[in-house]
Design a protein around this ligand. Structure first.
Ligand code: ZN
Length: 341
């Protein structure tokens, strides 16, 4: 090492000069085991190109790569596409071409509806060019303008509370019922196809992704299943994993979240903070971390036990979802907060 470099390292900028390395990736043998996935959580196999396309009902279809989902409606005037996940990417048009050829209808995408602004559901939007009419909530336009991502052009048509979309004699009811997963996530109802599309709320057959689907509004997300169930529908497009959902999936999901909330409320009352603050003294963060970790264990362990074999990955992500709901019950509902006497 040169003198110059030693001097540099001794100075204040030393941290920036030295690459900070984490642990190297583990071998497969050293990774933790999780419970097997219930077969009911899995969907149809994908084809050689990596997608599956199937009929939801009549001329409404869904496409999946086993992790993400999009949907499309064929009409006499062209195709209405709902979401454009980049992981499905060019397979979206392949799936549309396949169905259009089978049924002798147009394969031209004329409209693209954004469920919400997230790149993992909209990042293949630009593949459909400049002459597609994009539709989203007013907040969707604001968020996409903020993100300024060329793969996700801002919508051409926006709405505030409700909008009926009519294309080629078909009817789609778009509605905004407040923030949930994101501030712009909408309910897409197909009244003539008995179907509801609501993305990143219920992932049929599975527990939510890490930290409650990273939902930006926890109370809004907790309220979403009841709003979804207030619509008439039989088929549910949740945007994720490999299968469609049913009303029973939504009921089970709502119960799972209700069970976590009940466990959290019990934990806030039952777990005694004293030993954590006694042990960690003036390190407030250590005490809070260990105290809340104990609350999360208390609340989540019975829920994991109840849902293993019912919802896939209950042992993978229930604890982090419980943590986020614990924070919301504490901070939004004010439970467990005491006023100093
Ligand atoms: Zn999302």
């Amino acid at each position: 090492m040169s003198t110059k470099r030693r001097t540099f390292l001794a100075g204040g900028a030393a941290l920036a000069a030295v690459p900070i390395l984490g642990e190297l990736p583990a071998n497969a043998e050293t990774l933790p085991d999780y419970a097997p996935i219930p077969p009911s959580a899995l969907g149809p196999a994908v084809n050689e190109q990596g997608y599956f396309v199937g009929r939801v009902k009549k001329n409404l279809y869904w496409v999946t790569d086993s992790t993400y989902q999009a949907a499309f409606l064929t009409t006499k005037d062209g195709v209405v596409l709902f979401d454009a996940p980049p992981s499905i990417g060019h397979n979206l048009q392949r799936a549309i071409d396949q169905i259009a050829a089978e049924n002798g209808v147009s394969n031209k995408v004329t409209h693209l509806v954004y469920s919400h602004h997230h790149a993992d559901h909209a990042g293949a939007s630009s593949l459909f060019g400049k002459h597609v009419t994009r539709i989203g909530h007013a907040e969707n336009e604001r968020l996409l303008a903020r993100d300024n991502d060329p793969t996700r052009p801002v919508p051409d048509v926006t709405f505030e509370s409700r909008r009926t979309l009519r294309v080629g004699g078909e009817r789609i009811e778009l509605a905004y019922h407040g923030t949930n997963h994101t501030p712009d996530n909408i309910y897409i109802h197909f009244p003539d196809h008995d179907t509801l599309m609501l993305v990143d709320v219920n992932l049929p057959g599975w527990v939510p992704f890490d930290f409650f689907n990273i939902n930006e509004d926890v109370p809004g997300s907790i309220a979403a299943p009841a709003k979804a169930l207030s619509y008439p529908w039989k088929h549910y497009i949740g945007g994720h994993i490999g299968r469609l959902g049913t009303r029973q999936d939504m009921v089970v999901y709502r119960q799972y979240i209700d069970d976590i909330i009940a466990g959290v409320k019990q934990a806030l009352a039952a777990v005694d903070p004293t030993p954590y603050f006694a042990k960690y003294g003036n390190n407030a963060w250590a005490a809070v971390k260990e105290y809340q970790a104990a609350q999360v264990r208390y609340a989540s362990e019975p829920v994991i036990k109840k849902y293993l074999g019912v919802l896939a990955a209950a042992d993978v992500y229930t604890a982090t979802t419980t943590f986020l709901i614990l924070e919301s019950v504490r901070l939004d509902l004010g439970e467990g907060s005491q006023i100093h006497p």
